[in-house]
Design a binder for this molecule. Structure first.
Ligand code: PLP
Length: 422
């Protein structure tokens, strides 16, 4: 155990024990939540540093506190790496997380009451894309578009163009938390242009896959603003990034600070810089390719076993299972059954779900975390088989115990980055 952990264990054994327990949980189970990942040991090292002591309100060269020699350097490096990796004219690396990055972006370019076109929540959009329960949903007029169930979830871009003409949005937003297909960014750009709106993409889920060059970058199709979290497929600390045109740079920066946030988390920004460097290395491109290959293998194995997938498959890292149609179980029950055998997934609404979000019809899974641990296509097929057995026999306690043991044994082959073996 390192010195910091020894000190923690000696001084706060309750918290130290809970952290050790979480390490064990992560080591002994298979993580399929598509928005999670295992970060790098180097990122954990950067997070646990004295940078957490420092107030750095403002931006490099323009701070409200003294003593910024090293923090300015760190933020400059992080911004430069973000710009280079995503081919962006400007980057803001201060958003504390994904929700804050989207809020700052909206508040930079919209007035209260302005109209935004965004994907419906049950079709894959995110809470911050105007869900009625979110503050953003109350502040702006979100008009929701849907996906087409009978066309593998494709978006009807002609219909969307029509919707834009009728509703005159100031912002056309695309991006998702639970949509397994690729988007046509050029079509979104044309729709925004047709009504003089800005085009924004929230690539929170697929930021790592865009950085790896295995999915398309909306900035290459002329988007004005792109936001991404750093902690999902990008494998970094919990944080957000805003990438934008130079003409929007001042508005975006002012919106993040002082508009929305106070002091940036400099330990996180250092960890973000480390992540962005890793993401620019050739090994990260291989990682991105494997995330996609694993998602294909998982989808094929599940479909082969008769499981119903929303849109019928996937183009990215995530899959949405209709567990009611496939197993007669709601998403909450399916999540609990899988938990029992050491597979972590999360319940999920399906398009126009007749059920409530806490007991929805589906389950969302993805491959970024399992791929980080070194799992490959054969492993995905094994995982699919465990899932299907458990979900077909949710009340067979002896079977679940046996599957849990198999999962635990399997996981020993795949060390957890940054955590010593048991
Ligand atoms: C598309 C999308 N945007 C934004 C967010 C918000 O990120 P955070 O949970 O870090 O606030 C998420 C997280 O689930 C997301 O999936």
């Amino acid at each position: 155990m390192d010195l910091h952990r020894q000190l923690l264990a000696a001084n706060d054994p309750e918290i130290a024990a809970a952290i050790t327990g979480e390490e064990q949980r992560q080591r002994d189970g298979i993580e399929l939540i598509p928005s999670e990942n295992y970060t790098y040991p180097e990122v954990l090292a950067a997070l646990g540093t004295v940078l957490t002591n420092k107030y750095s309100e403002g931006y490099p060269g323009r701070r409200y506190y003294g003593g910024q020699h090293f923090t300015d350097r760190i933020e400059d490096i992080a911004r430069e790496r973000a710009r280079a990796l995503f081919r962006a004219e400007h980057a803001n690396v201060q958003p504390l997380s994904g929700s804050a990055m989207n809020q700052a972006a909206y508040l930079a370019c919209l007035q209260p009451g302005d109209t935004v076109l965004a994907m419906d929540l049950s079709h894959g959009g995110h809470l911050t894309h105007g869900a009625p329960v979110s503050h953003m949903g109350r502040l702006f007029n979100f008009v929701r578009y849907k996906t087409q169930h009978n066309r593998q979830g494709a978006i009807d871009y002609d219909g969307l163009m029509e919707m834009a003409r009728e509703t005159r949005p100031k912002l056309v937003l695309c991006g998702f938390s639970s949509y397994p297909r690729e988007l046509d960014y050029a079509a979104f750009r044309r729709i925004a242009d047709s009504v003089g709106a800005l085009a924004m993409a929230d690539i929170a889920h697929i930021g790592g896959l865009v950085a790896a060059g295995v999915l398309r970058n909306p900035l290459d199709d002329g988007f004005d603003i792109v936001t991404t979290t750093v902690h999902k497929s990008l494998r970094g600390p919990r944080a957000g990034l805003i990438l934008c045109r130079q003409t929007l740079a001042a508005a975006i920066d002012a919106s993040v600070f002082p508009g929305l946030q106070g002091g940036p988390h400099m330990h996180t920004i250092a960890a973000t810089a480390v992540t962005l460097r890793k993401a620019s290395e050739p090994a990260f491109r291989d990682y991105g390719r494997q995330v996609l290959a694993n998602a294909q293998a998982l989808a094929q194995a599940l479909v082969g076993a008769g499981v119903s997938l929303v849109t019928g498959g996937t183009d990215n890292h995530l899959l949405v299972l209709n567990t009611i149609d496939s197993f007669g179980l709601d998403g909450r029950r399916a999540e609990t059954v899988l938990d029992e055998i050491g597979i972590t997934a999360n319940k999920q609404v399906v398009p126009d779900d007749p059920r409530l979000p806490l007991r929805p019809s589906g389950l969302r899974i993805g491959t970024p975390a399992a791929t980080t641990r070194g799992m490959r296509e054969d492993d995905m097929r094994a995982i699919a088989a465990w899932m299907v057995q458990a979900l077909r026999h949710p009340d067979d306690a002896a079977l679940l115990v046996r599957l849990a043991e198999e999962v635990r044994t399997f996981c020993r082959r795949f060390p957890l980055p940054g955590v010593a073996a048991a």
